[in-house]
Design a protein around this ligand. Structure first.
Ligand code: MSP
Length: 657
């Protein structure tokens, strides 16, 4: 395949403050798919990721745990590397900002900027928490106090080094005008224009109140803080400025993939630093949106409150790596935020993977086995359906490439699924089971089998950058044991004579209700454990340590609002004539009397219930229970092996809020 040149793609380097969640994996999965796609289509790819390990926050977390910052980050970084291994992320290099190679080179980059006259010593002013030795901005404070320890802060001034960022305002605006492709999507470019338009301030790049950082080479009392350190990773990992072989080959980067909240650092500070040091700028900074949980950016603390599981390790254990990758790439539109819930995930997996792709594989392989002794036959006839399927299959590759070149991962996958859905429809249109009954239709049947095997082979090539394990499983079932080539996706002449072999379902169908229940139990358990970590009160601890209460998945308020609950008084109570477990009540609710039946004979006698105030769900559809109608429902609460009716002092007929 033609070598199309080099392609250098990076992810942000992650803070190893705690384990990563699904939001972090989103960016890395996109970068991985892009790297694999570019490799497949003939580029010499370099894919970099890593961790951003310095700064006050890490130092504080390490202190709290009673370990050194290095021990702290080593532990988390090992977990991050394991995660990327599990997720089969194909990075070429993993840079840690605590590595010597990085620290040394950052100091050299600092000196280049220093020597260009863009670094000066000044004073950093802010709100200072003396016990924590931390500076805060007004907006970071919690109720006007230190967000870490809750103690008062004082205005303070500290000596610090500054980078002359303000000098670069016009140059940055010119950059966006001359190279609009430098920063995308356009909405982010406009945001940055107006941010710069408000006037750029010089940037504080050192601190002297803590020491977990790279020493400032011209002043050992200071460490770098922290973006100069972090952003430089993209070139220090290539050896710059000591050993420039990789740097000369791969820099400038083709794309820095970053989340929207750090676009500013990458499209303002980073190019200004590079301009100052006389280094060429990256070709593109691309800002993606956030995965949201309950309307907010996914974060560990948010997860602890919800019912949704956002730990990628758990999701992978249950559904597999490719399912998670497919979901992340297909569900969200690049550049926009998108909601995550267990339900969206499960529906995607069932509809697209189990139904569309899974079915196509199992139907195709089974039919070739059944009708052709497992050997893909020769195609000798051609109908309109055949032509259409072939055209759609062989034209998909160019469409996928076009979408990928614009980072529209979801649309690239949609193009592949158009082929998959077309092939499934083709099975229904050609009805091979009917053809198989008529010996005169043998040639047509052979053509159908051939075309299905070919279409699926094309799919196996196209999905390879996104889900290579699934691609391999499909190819195994199709009996394709040669190296996969991207160009094979535009051919339709490769399957004749292959021996197929049925395997396990590549994506078993999920029972969504059951999965939702289990996932919410897992989420509740995670939340409970998390809460336990921070609770010291013995009574509260005892409650949290006892058997967890079973909780059903969250519902929206709009759903709950539909339930109409009123207070009623039981004016008559008797046993159901045909059922031991049921009691039949007449309940007065305002001016109405309803017959309501409850299965509580094991907990109450009719006499015990007579005269009680109860809460009634008014708008439950009437049901016939063993010959008697029950209209509405009385609310009870579980209490060990009995139930207890829920009561109130309110007058009957009143609504419940
Ligand atoms: N260390 C800095 C980046 C330095 S790059 C020179 C940092 N680290 S981070 O760990 O906080 O975030 C890393 C990336 O994860 C960011 O691009 C951020 O947008 C992304 N995400 C974190 N939560 C996310 C979601 N909920 N959704 C999508 N991406 C999210 O910032």
């Amino acid at each position: 395949m033609a070598n199309k040149g080099t392609y250098y793609i990076t992810t942000p380097i992650y803070y190893p403050s705690s384990n990563l969640h699904i939001g972090h994996t989103y960016c890395t999965v996109m970068a991985d798919a892009m790297a694999r796609f570019k490799r497949a289509s003939g580029y010499d790819v370099r894919f970099l990721t890593g961790t951003d390990e310095h700064g006050q926050k890490i130092q504080t977390l390490a202190d709290e745990k009673g370990v050194t910052p290095q021990e702290y980050v080593d532990n988390i970084v090992a977990g991050i590397k394991d995660l990327w291994k599990t997720m089969e992320i194909s990075y070429d290099d993993f840079i840690r900002t605590t590595e010597d190679r990085h620290m040394r080179r950052v100091q050299q980059i600092f000196m280049k900027i220093y020597e260009s006259g863009d670094i000066y010593k000044g004073h950093y002013e802010g709100l200072y928490c003396t016990p924590c030795e931390s500076f805060w901005t007004e907006s970071q404070l919690k109720d006007g106090k230190c967000p870490d320890c809750g103690r008062p802060v004082v205005k303070a001034k500290e000596e610090a080094y500054f980078f002359k960022l303000s000098k670069y305002s016009q140059k940055l605006l010119d950059l966006y005008d001359e190279h609009p492709e430098f920063l995308e999507p356009e909405s982010r470019r406009n945001e940055m224009r107006s941010f710069i338009g408000q006037g750029l301030e010089d940037l504080c790049i050192s601190r002297s109140t803590f020491d977990w950082g790279i020493p400032v080479p011209v002043d050992e009392k200071h460490v770098m803080y922290v973006w100069l350190d972090a952003l430089s990773n993209y070139i220090t990992a290539l050896g710059y400025p000591e050993d420039n072989e990789l740097y000369n080959k791969y820099w400038p980067a083709d794309v820095h993939l970053v989340g929207k909240e750090i676009v500013r650092f990458h499209s303002v500070i980073w190019p200004a630093m590079l301009m100052s040091a006389g280094i060429p700028l990256p070709k593109k900074v691309l800002g993606h949106g956030w995965i949201l949980l309950g309307g907010e950016k996914v974060s560990k603390s948010k997860a602890a409150k919800g019912m949704d599981v956002i730990d990628p390790v758990i999701l992978i254990e249950r559904y597999g790596v490719d399912a998670l990758k497919y979901f992340l790439l297909r569900e969200y539109t690049f550049g926009q935020d998108g909601a995550f819930t267990n339900e969206v995930l499960l529906k995607r997996l069932n509809f697209d993977l189990a139904n569309d792709l899974g079915n196509l594989v199992s139907r195709t392989v089974s039919m070739v086995e059944k009708y052709c002794n497992g050997v893909v036959p020769k195609a000798t006839t051609e109908s309109e359906f055949d032509k259409d399927l072939r055209n759609i299959a062989v034209s998909a590759r160019d469409k996928v490439e076009k979408e990928m070149d614009s980072f529209r991962f979801n649309m690239a996958l949609e193009e592949i699924w158009i082929v998959i859905r077309r092939a499934n429809k083709y099975i229904d249109e050609t009805a091979p089971w009917v053809l198989a009954k008529d010996p005169l239709k043998k040639a047509e049947l052979d053509t159908v089998m051939y075309n299905l095997a070919e279409a699926l082979r094309v799919v196996s090539v196209l999905i390879h950058p996104f889900m290579h394990t699934t691609s391999a499983k499909i190819r195994e079932q199709l009996g394709l044991n040669y190296e996969i080539l991207w160009d094979d996706a535009v051919r339709f002449d490769m399957s004749e004579g292959n021996t197929v072999k049925k395997g396990d379902a590549i994506f078993p169908r999920l029972d969504i209700e059951k999965e939702l229940k289990e996932l919410s139990e897992i989420a509740a358990e995670i939340a409970r454990k998390k809460q336990l970590q921070s609770v010291t009160d013995p009574v509260e601890r005892a409650i949290l340590e006892s058997v967890p209460v079973e909780v059903k998945p969250d519902i929206d308020f709009s759903e709950f609002e539909k339930v109409d609950m009123k207070v009623g008084k039981i004016i008559k109570a008797e046993r159901h004539p045909n059922a031991d477990k049921l009691l039949v009540f007449k309940v007065k609710i305002g001016t109405e009397v309803r017959q309501i039946i409850s299965g509580v004979a094991g907990s109450y006698t009719p006499e015990e219930m007579l005269g009680k105030n109860v809460i009634v769900v008014m708008n439950l559809k009437p049901r016939n229970l063993r010959g008697l109608e029950s209209h509405g429902m009385i609310i009870y609460a579980d209490s060990d092996d009995k139930v207890k009716y829920v009561t109130t002092e309110a007058e009957d007929g009143n609504g419940v809020h």
